[in-house]
Ligand binder design. Structure first.
Ligand SMILES: Nc1ncnc2c1ncn2[C@@H]1O[C@H](COP(=O)(O)OP(=O)(O)O)[C@@H](O)[C@H]1O
Ligand SMILES: [Mg+2]
Length: 138
């Protein structure tokens, strides 16, 4: 499904709708250029799921783990990391863990590690405040 949003408020509404369908074991792959809105979308989803901490890009730590009301939420940013580094950071174990939902920014870098059953969220920047979101359940 493709969605056009014209503001961050509309992105938040889309994120809330998306959040309501998530379940334990889901893997969400976020793809799009720098500044497309991968982290922003993740922040809105996590907030909708009851995360009180501020969610920021885990670029320098690769992985951050948050606790929502019902779910443990893993947030990976694999920008510029190699498959070996991802494994070292515990990527495999997190993905096998059905007790939690995992969001991965820049998943294309480590596509060989991603299970075939996952959700793709592809984001394109249209202009300053507009984005195209393509959400695919595989
Ligand atoms: N409709 C929108 N949805 C998401 N982000 C938006 C939107 N409009 C503007 N932005 C801005 O775009 C930037 C997205 O940054 P970020 O989420 O960090 O991107 P990424 O993680 O993909 O690099 C933020 O500064 C955000 O405020
Ligand atoms: Mg980001």
């Amino acid at each position: 499904m493709k969605y056009i949003v014209k503001s961050k408020i509309e992105t938040r509404a889309l994120a809330e709708k998306f959040a309501s369908k998530l379940k334990n074991g889901d893997i969400v792959c976020l793809n799009g250029d720098l500044g497309a809105g991968k982290t922003t979308f993740t922040q809105f989803v996590f907030s909708a799921l009851g995360v009180k901490d501020s969610v920021n890009s885990p670029t320098f730590s690769i992985l951050k783990i948050y606790q929502g009301d019902k779910f443990k939420l893993n947030h990976f940013d694999t920008y510029r990391i190699t498959v070996e580094e991802a494994i070292e950071a515990g990527f495999d174990e997190i993905l096998e863990d059905q007790n939690g939902i995992t969001f991965i920014e820049w998943s294309e870098n480590i596509s060989s590690l991603i299970p075939s059953k996952h959700i793709d969220v592809n984001i394109k920047m249209i202009d300053e405040n507009s984005r195209e979101f393509e959400i695919k359940y595989e």
